[in-house]
Design a protein around this ligand. Structure first.
Ligand SMILES: [Zn+2]
Length: 134
């Protein structure tokens, strides 16, 4: 993990929840949008980057017992829709939790985790996942 900080700086959008905000109507979006679907033309030039706090709660979830690569090695896993404190729903995996611990409304926060390792090159990809707030 020693090389994480450098990698983080170089492509930080992968680990932080960076979306956009429409300064015309105040709506927030994740993933980022160039144009607000509510304001359309009026939002052009008024969209700005917004870093989400990374906190939210479980809106819905499912426990996946079989799946395709690249997730096969970590079955079963918990896939959830997280309602971020900023509003938008984000789909992500909840890690370090037993499925019985996860409930609708459970508080979660974003974390940086290994997504997968490229077989031949050994390049490890990191991305955001969620952990339960305890
Ligand atoms: Zn708008």
């Amino acid at each position: 993990m020693s090389d994480v900080p450098r990698f983080w700086r170089e492509s930080n959008h992968r680990y932080r929840l960076v979306g956009t905000k429409c300064n015309n109507c105040g709506s927030t979006f994740f993933p980022p949008r160039d144009v607000c679907p509510k304001c359309r033309r009026e939002s052009i030039g008024k969209m700005e980057e917004l870093e989400f706090s990374g906190y939210g709660e479980v809106y819905s979830y499912t426990v996946v017992h079989d799946g395709l690569e690249p997730f096969k090695f970590q079955l079963p896993y918990i896939l959830a829709m997280i309602k971020t404190d900023e509003g938008p729903l984000v789909t992500g995996q909840i890690v370090d939790a037993d499925p019985s611990e996860v409930k609708i409304g459970s508080r979660v926060r974003v974390t940086l985790r290994r997504i997968r390792e490229e077989g031949k090159t050994g390049i490890i990809q990191y991305g955001y996942k969620f952990i339960l707030e305890k």
